[in-house]
Ligand binder design. Structure first.
Ligand SMILES: Nc1ncnc2c1ncn2[C@@H]1O[C@H](COP(=O)(O)OP(=O)(O)OP(=O)(O)O)[C@@H](O)[C@H]1O
Ligand SMILES: [Mg+2]
Length: 472
């Protein structure tokens, strides 16, 4: 998250205006209010990512605003603005959970940077809270069903079952949206650590110094702004599983530190000297080919081998198309539960399903999930039809895997011919059905079959219907 929604609380209007203008220029959405009460009301009404509040205000001061915000949403970082005289109170605020304090005369760049850091921390927290919430709702195995009957995904399930019982480090590799996080969570839930925490961090989302302190924690005074000791996520994950997502994005210095954790099973907080033992099962995920990154010198070989104890390779959806109809069903019923009440569709028309099956799904299961959700929300009739699908995917209806734009120089006639063949094959040369799909008269189809000289697979002339039959 680089831009976000920011709420400014200051009884001094000019200060609120100044901050608004500066932060809007950065691309943030900003609202300024002039009292603590107004701020809490605003927060209850709409979503914000970060709050910046003055500390000295009549009626409700910054500390009270802070505890009000924590009560509404503890994941929103609160930045305290202070004049020199109130620094002591600012420190108190940080001890009470404020993200940071800033001098009112701080340089613009410093303010912008603190806001950016706050947004990044906010994102990490949101991701972790979502997970905790998901976990606390049910204690049964897999909180979220993992769907898949195809051989490649069944192989993955079996592997997960086998390694869940161990404490071995697992490296999950797969394209974006293939379900890496879902598999990591399943691994946790099937392990003896299931009752412990499942913690995740996106190593690619934070700048190095912030990532380091999020991972390992820091001790008071180790850098400007480190006003109190802070536990890292490794410590939070003790007794449970820690998913290091996007591990391929880590810098060499973080890689060295992670290697140390894997070897020694202990961490040293930033600025600290005393190692803390951490009993954590580590799962790493990446969409990069780490083997290749190692040979390119971008990833430490020793860390790779420590992580790659058990490799789990998640196949892209295009290699397990058998799963598409199952996943569609699954998401249909899930979104139907999400939007109860209306006459929402439980069904998808065959033709639309075929379109979905033909598409190549570069964004994998996540893309499919989004398409189904969109269709459920947007569809006008009671069934999802081809028209309810995004154009990008219907484009596939004109050829799917068979036609690509790279087939340059193709004539309209050739395109028509190929599309006809495809539809005929799909309907097992049932010409009446094919004509319907093609939106033309059966007689026209018959004529075109003749003029293009098309023949149905190994069907011989005799078994082809006569023109009369087609027209009847
Ligand atoms: N086999 C599956 N059954 C049901 N839902 C799935 C399956 N695989 C993935 N999903 C859903 O698809 C979405 C993407 O999955 P997930 O976040 O685990 O992917 P990812 O590989 O971590 O992606 P990224 O690399 O983009 O982080 C999630 O909403 C997840 O619930
Ligand atoms: Mg992921």
């Amino acid at each position: 998250m680089t831009v976000g929604r920011i709420l400014i609380v200051d009884d001094e209007e000019s200060m609120g205006q100044f901050l608004s203008i500066m932060l809007r220029k950065e691309g943030h959405t900003v609202k300024a209010v002039n009292s603590g009460a107004a701020a809490l009301k605003e927060l209850r009404g709409s979503g914000y990512d970060v709050v910046i509040t003055d500390i000295q205000m009549p009626k409700m001061d910054g500390i009270q605003v802070l505890s009000g915000i924590k009560a509404i949403d503890p994941t929103i970082p609160v930045i305290i603005m202070t004049a020199y005289a109130s620094k002591q109170t600012a420190i108190e605020a940080v001890n009470k959970g404020a993200f940071h304090y800033l001098d009112k005369h701080a340089k613009n760049d410093e303010i912008k940077m603190v806001v950016r850091n706050a947004l990044e921390v906010r994102q990490v927290k949101v991701e972790n809270t979502d997970l905790r919430r998901a976990l606390s709702t049910t204690n049964t195995l897999t909180t979220r069903a993992i769907i898949g009957k195809s051989q490649p995904i069944q192989d993955v399930f079996r592997l997960v079952e086998r390694v869940a019982a161990t404490d071995s480090t697992v490296l999950i590799h797969g394209e974006s949206g293939t379900g890496k996080e879902l598999i990591a969570r399943a691994l946790h839930e099937q392990s003896h650590r299931a009752k412990g925490p499942f913690v995740t961090i996106n190593c690619g989302a934070l700048p190095e110094n912030l990532l380091e302190s999020e991972l390992f924690g820091h001790v008071k005074g180790s850098f400007t702004g480190a006003i109190r000791d802070k536990d890292g996520l490794f410590k939070v994950a003790i007794g449970g599983t820690f998913l290091l997502d996007e591990i391929g994005e880590t810098t060499p210095s973080i890689q060295v530190k992670l290697l140390r954790v894997l070897q020694e099973r202990e961490i040293i907080p930033v600025g600290g000297t005393k190692p803390i033992p951490v009993d954590v099962r580590i799962v790493a995920a990446t969409n990069r080919d780490l083997d290749k990154e190692v040979s390119l010198g971008n990833f430490r070989a020793d860390l790779f081998y420590r992580l790659n104890v058990i490799p789990v390779d998640l196949p892209p959806l295009r290699d397990r198309k058998d799963d598409v109809p199952l996943l569609v069903d699954h998401f249909l019923s899930r979104y139907q539960d999400h939007y109860p009440g209306g006459d929402l569709p439980a069904v998808i028309e065959d033709e639309a399903l075929q379109v979905l099956c033909r598409y190549s799904w570069p964004g994998n299961v996540r893309e499919l999930e989004n398409v189904v959700e969109r269709a459920v929300i947007l569809q006008a009739g009671s069934r999802i039809a081809v028209v309810d699908l995004p154009e990008k995917i219907c484009g596939g209806a004109l050829g799917g895997d068979e036609f690509r734009l790279s087939d340059s120089g193709i004539t309209l006639e050739e395109l028509e011919k190929r599309y006809m063949i495809q539809v005929l094959q799909e309907t097992s040369w049932h010409k009446k059905k094919a004509a319907e799909i093609l939106g033309i008269n059966p007689s026209t189809l018959y004529r075109k079959i003749k003029s293009y000289g098309l023949q149905g697979g190994d069907l011989d002339e005799e078994s082809l219907e006569t023109e009369e039959e087609v027209l009847s």
